[in-house]
Write a protein that binds this ligand. Structure first.
Ligand code: SF4
Length: 371
């Protein structure tokens, strides 16, 4: 078994008058006595400072299709080296990755990986990007930033799959190092965030507006539709109206199907009809690229030209089955540009998932990254 890693000092915290320290990474602002951990479980007070206890540790690596993040307008068809750590700063009762996000037993975090080793693994495996996914990278910001820097040095792009629940100051540093993101907009009422995630909606909307108006990060939005919780036509229409008003028509929106999990096992799975209804509402609101996910729906998963309506990219789940664009994402019929990051041709990775183990010499390499 690998030796435990102590972690690395974290950024974004300050000492309070009563002697506790406050973590300023996310809007929870956890206030900690010595030896305590924040709600995310991975940021802890040790020796009077905040430590990221999962620095350099991963719950596993896997090569995925980029469409699985989901990102449909970012290097379609290419493989992405995906990994996560443990813990989360939201407590979603419907979590679809609860074995990782709720992990308290760090034996689960088996793989030791320096930022350089991850970037090297991406290069050697032919991946175009590395994704911070499976759990929210906001809570392991320092590790994600170091990995992103190592990746950029080798021409590998980085993708954050996040709920966007991050405070304004760390948000600047975090997204400065990312090339793309998929942001989970989990619902569109404060009640939903409060009751099912013990969080707030407003900071997530701030993150979305920040990404659109103050960065060059390519981002797409995902809303997991849960029957009876966030799938009313009123709530979906309100979300779409906000997206149009604050972000404009070109940010892709994914509506994905829920399957009963974690503490929400009594809820029904989302029907294909609900997803199609949501897609229709969004398109009627003016959003140009709206997708369904976690169901078989070639019509709802294809990309269409916003000007002439021609199919630009056909998909069968995560397989790219048709391609009708020239370099730079221009429509093969009318030459209108489709927003996103496109090359002349699609990648050929397909829908495969391929687990990856990093090399064993990692403990020594990791020492270089400790403070
Ligand atoms: S990142 Fe973790 S420790 Fe920091 S405020 Fe958020 S939940 Fe608390």
């Amino acid at each position: 078994m690998n030796q435990p890693i102590e972690g690395k000092p974290g950024r974004y915290w300050h000492v309070l008058e009563d002697g506790r320290i406050q973590c300023d990474v996310c809007p929870r602002y956890c206030k900690l006595h010595e030896g305590q951990r924040g709600l995310c479980f991975v940021r802890a007070r040790q020796g009077g400072q905040m430590m990221l206890t999962t620095y350099g540790r991963s719950s596993g690596f896997c090569i995925d299709p980029i469409e699985k993040k989901p990102l449909n307008h970012f290097l379609p068809g290419t493989p992405v080296l995906s990994f996560g750590t443990a813990g989360c700063n939201l407590t979603c009762k419907f979590c679809q990755n609860w074995d990782i996000s709720k992990a308290r037993d760090f034996d689960r975090i088996q793989d030791l990986a320096s930022p350089e080793a991850i970037a090297e693994a991406a290069v050697h495996s032919g991946c175009r990007s590395v994704a911070f996914t499976y759990n929210d990278p906001v809570i392991f910001l320092e590790y994600a930033v170091d990995v992103a820097q190592a990746c950029r040095e080798r021409g590998i792009k980085t993708v954050a799959v996040s709920a966007g629940y991050i405070s304004p100051e760390p948000r600047i540093e975090f997204f400065r190092h990312m090339d793309a993101a998929n942001i989970d907009l989990k619902g569109f009422t404060e009640g939903f965030y409060k009751n099912l995630c013990s969080g707030k909606l407003a900071p997530v909307l701030e993150t979305l507006e920040y990404l659109k108006h103050q960065t060059n990060v390519w981002f797409e939005i995902t809303t997991l539709l849960i029957p009876g919780e966030n799938d009313s036509t009123v709530e979906i229409a309100a979300e779409c109206a906000w997206v149009m008003d604050r972000l404009g028509p070109d940010v892709p929106l994914h509506f994905t199907a829920f399957h009963p999990d974690w503490k929400l096992r009594d809820a029904l799975p989302t029907s294909a009809n609900t997803l199609r209804m949501a897609r229709l509402i969004a398109m009627n609101a003016g959003i140009r690229h709206v997708y369904t996910g976690n169901v078989y729906d070639p019509v709802g998963q294809a990309t269409y030209c916003p000007a002439c309506g021609a199919m630009l990219i056909g998909r069968d789940y995560y397989d790219v089955t048709a391609w009708n664009m020239s370099a730079g994402g221009r429509c093969g019929e009318c030459d209108t540009r489709c927003h996103g990051v496109f090359e002349a041709m699609a990648g050929r990775w397909g829908r495969r998932r391929q687990p990856v183990r990093l090399r064993r010499s990692e403990p020594e390499a990791l020492e270089r990254f400790k403070a």
